[in-house]
Design a protein around this ligand. Sequence first.
Ligand code: SF4
Ligand code: SF4
Ligand code: FES
Length: 522
Amino acid sequence: MTTFKINDREVSVPDGTTLLTAIRGIGLDVPTLCHRDELEHATSCMLCVVEDLVTGRLHPACSTSVRDGMTIATASPAVLDARREALELLLGDHLGDCEGPCHLACPAGLDVPAMLHALAADDFALANRIARRDLALPATLGRICAAPCERACRRGTLDAPVAIRLLHRLAGETPAPAPHGPPAPSGFRVAVVGGGPAGLAAVQALRIEGHACTLFEKDDRLGGGLRAPELHAKLPASVLDAEIDSILHAGVALETGAALGGDLSLDRLVASFDAVVLACGPMDPADAQRLGLDATARGIAVERFTYRTSRPTVFACGAAVTPSHLAVRAVGEGRAAAVAIGQMLLGEAVVGEPRRYQHRVGAGLDRDELGQFIAAGASPEPPVTPVDDATGYDRKGACREAARCLHCECRKPETCQLRRQAEAHGLGPGGWKSADRRRLVIQRQGGIVYEPGKCIACGICVRLTKLHQEPLGLTFVGRGFSVRVGVPFDESLDQALRSVAAACIEACPTGALAFVAGGRRE
Ligand code: SF4
Ligand code: SF4
Ligand code: FES
């Protein structure tokens, strides 16, 4: 037996045990990317380093055997620095977008690619659920939004951006039954003041979580700024009314003719409800102060990301915080405030919506590189013309237009270990871009996609094909930093991974190996 210390705790394990096994054996963990218990060590990622405080040396825990007298620290400053450096090396050479540029450009955060893939597959029910979940008013915004997403759409460099705005308009106008029944009541009650885009989005997001909502509106109709005369030509009242009805349908108590400061006092709301959302349109800073709220020169002062005001159970969003707000931005803020309220009500840290690490390719892909996305499965068709301005797309046209999406986003955005480790080591959410990037390559064979720019050369797939005695299997090609995985004799991936495709794709710690149809669906 070997006796040594891990984080000041004495441990005895059989001779020859690896540090990783010993550390995990006492319920601690160190991060790994290239290690799998069933495979031989590769010792390539160096994320698993730990420090021996006796010698001051760093060791890869996955392949170092324990020695008597070691005093191992699993998270010393030197260890954390080394892990961060190892990650920066991997990320500096990584070529891919975690999320599509369109998704990041939408101020309300519509998961554009997921909605487009659903439309391309003629799954309008799924597209409707995604559009309503993220935009609250997808048909309304589909008529009035300035569509910054389309300016970010990479397809624009090849021919023309995907018509995202018109497509989510149709998705919103094609109602689908809710997949589940009404949410279980949470027992919490929230007052929302103001029935414009921010208030409606907050109500919808709060109801999804089962919080009871009472919506107070000073006018006799909901919609706020969305009923402005200058929008009438683009936005028929019937479209807005239908979307508002579907939000109210989820069980919302409505009080119209209730103006804050008149019969409606903030103190009374604070006393009667578990949380209050002020989405009541532009507010004079002096009025905000009279309500006991800190103010900026433009309106109510709120915390970044959570929209919490200086009164702890009161949140504010939309034009009440920043006047002349874009409707799509107000929708995003309403949902973000609802998320923060949910966290407060459940006693969690109030941090707002998750802000994930975002790796980005950025602009500057040339036509050859963009052509790789077409070869990997995007439709080569030029822009599909809508029926006409008033009608937008019909169902068939929408499927064809949506199929033009290049699938810029990663096919493993939730399971990628590199992304998770970047977040765990404080490298997000700003992202990391290599100054001197390689050329983008996407290889697709059959149902499998391999993107060498996302491969971290961990060798897990190579070792798995050996373990499972694939006749052809995979091998390393290239040298030094440019080493990547390849198929011997220039055969296809399908041939190389006959029996282990699913296992290799599941085990690949990044989005380098994926199924063509992979990616987040809902
Ligand atoms: S709401 Fe606007 S920015 Fe967001 S996806 Fe729609 S058109 Fe694009
Ligand atoms: S493709 Fe293979 S070598 Fe590259 S990251 Fe994935 S599992 Fe590792
Ligand atoms: S997990 Fe140990 S070097 Fe990669």
